[in-house]
Design a protein around this ligand. Structure first.
Ligand SMILES: Cc1cc2nc3c(=O)[nH]c(=O)nc-3n(C[C@H](O)[C@H](O)[C@H](O)COP(=O)(O)OP(=O)(O)OC[C@H]3O[C@@H](n4cnc5c(N)ncnc54)[C@H](O)[C@@H]3O)c2cc1C
Length: 291
C-alpha cells in the first residue's frame, strides 16, 4: 500500500508516473533507447509539463518549480518509482546535479548559455571526471587530464570513462588539471565544453547492466580540445571545491530516487511471493522452517 502523500505535487508526480511513465517502461523492459531515446524524452517532458511536475528542483527563473532540498525528497522518490521517471521530470543524473552546480557557480552569461537550456530540457549534459587507471576514480586527486593555458583560453587533453549521458549530450562539464601533479589535492579546474568542441569525441559506450539512462555511460577523449576563457566555470584551480558542491547533494538526490526504486522492487517481490504457488501451496506459507 502507498502511504498518503503530504503534498499535491507529490500526488501529481505519482499520478503522472503511474499513468504515463510506468506503462512505457514496462513495454520496453526498462530500455530507454528501445523506447525511443531522445524522442520519447520529448513526449514525456511535454506530458510532465501538463501535469505541472517538470523540473521541480530547477530555479524559478529557469522555468523550474524552485523546490529546496527537503521538499525534493517526496517528489524525487515518486519519480524514482519508475526507471524512466527521473528523465521525464528532468531530475535524472547527471543533469540534476549539473543544474545545481551551474546554479551556484555559473556567471550570468554561462547561466544563460548552459543552465537555461538544461533546466528547460532543451539539451542534456554530462559530467566528466572519472578516468581509466591510473587516473581519477574513487580518488579524484589522481586526475590526469590536463588543460594547458593558451591565448584566449585552454587546451584540454585526456581520456574519461563512465561518463553518463555523454552520447547526445549538449555539453560536458569537464574536470582537468591546470596545475600540480596527479595526487595533488588542488590544481584542477572545471570547463564548460559544448559537444561540438573540436577534439572532443565520444568514443564508445561502456557496457553496464543499466539501460534506463539516456546517452549511456561512455568513454570520452579530449585531443587538443580548445575551451575559451569565458567557459571556465568558477576560479582556476578551484575545481575540487566545486566538485564537492556538485557531488555532495547529488548523493542525497540519488538516495531520494533510489528510495522510490527500492519501494517498487519490494512491491514487485511481495506481489510475486503472495501469488506464487509451488509444491501445492502458496510460497508465503512454504519455507524450509515449515517443512
Ligand atoms: C553506472 C556508472 C555511472 C557513472 N557516471 C559517471 C559520470 O557521469 N561521471 C563521472 O565522472 N564518473 C562516473 N562514474 C564513475 C564513478 O564515479 C567511479 O566508478 C567511482 O568514482 C569509482 O572509481 P573507479 O571505478 O575508478 O574505482 P576505483 O577507484 O578503482 O575503486 C574501486 C573500489 O576500490 C576501493 N579502493 C580504491 N583504492 C583503495 C585503497 N587504496 N584502499 C582501499 N580501498 C580502495 C574504492 O573505494 C572502491 O570501492 C560512473 C560509474 C558508474 C558505474
Amino acid at each position: 500500500m502507498i502511504a498518503e502523500s503530504p503534498t499535491p505535487l507529490v500526488d501529481r508526480v505519482r499520478d503522472f508516473i503511474r499513468a504515463h511513465v510506468l506503462p512505457l517502461e514496462d513495454e520496453f523492459d526498462g530500455d530507454i533507447e528501445r523506447a525511443g531515446g531522445d524522442s520519447v524524452r520529448e513526449k514525456l517532458k511535454a506530458t510532465a509539463r501538463e501535469f505541472g511536475v517538470f523540473a521541480p528542483h530547477a530555479p524559478l527563473d529557469c522555468g523550474g518549480l524552485g523546490l529546496g532540498m527537503a521538499e525534493r525528497a517526496g517528489v524525487f522518490e515518486e519519480a524514482g518509482y519508475s526507471l524512466f521517471g527521473p528523465l521525464a521530470l528532468n531530475i535524472a543524473a547527471p543533469d540534476e546535479g549539473n543544474m545545481h552546480l551551474l546554479d551556484h557557480v555559473a556567471t550570468p552569461a554561462q547561466r544563460e548559455a548552459f543552465l537555461q537550456p538544461l533546466a528547460r530540457g532543451v539539451v542534456r549534459s554530462a559530467f566528466a571526471m572519472t578516468e581509466p587507471a591510473p587516473g581519477a576514480g574513487s580518488d579524484p586527486t589522481a586526475l590526469t587530464t590536463t588543460a594547458t593555458k593558451v591565448s584566449a583560453g585552454w587546451v584540454v587533453n585526456g581520456r574519461k570513462w563512465f561518463i553518463t549521458g555523454a552520447d547526445g549530450a549538449g555539453f560536458f562539464i569537464t574536470m582537468a588539471r591546470t596545475s600540480g601533479e596527479p595526487g595533488s589535492a588542488g590544481g584542477v579546474t572545471i570547463f564548460l565544453m559544448p559537444a561540438e568542441t573540436g577534439g572532443l569525441e565520444v568514443v564508445r559506450h561502456v557496457g553496464t547492466v543499466d539501460k534506463a539512462m539516456l546517452g549511456g555511460h561512455c568513454e570520452v577523449s579530449f585531443a587538443d580540445a580548445f575551451v575559451p576563457e569565458e567557459n571556465v566555470l568558477g576560479g582556476v584551480d578551484e575545481g575540487f571545491r566545486y566538485a564537492k558542491m556538485r557531488l555532495g547533494p547529488a548523493r542525497m538526490t540519488h538516495v531520494m530516487r533510489w528510495t522510490g526504486a527500492a519501494r517498487r522492487a519490494q512491491e514487485v517481490a511481495v506481489r510475486h511471493v503472495a501469488n506464487r504457488e509451488a509444491f501445492g501451496a502458496r510460497s508465503v506459507t512454504w519455507g524450509w522452517s515449515s517443512r
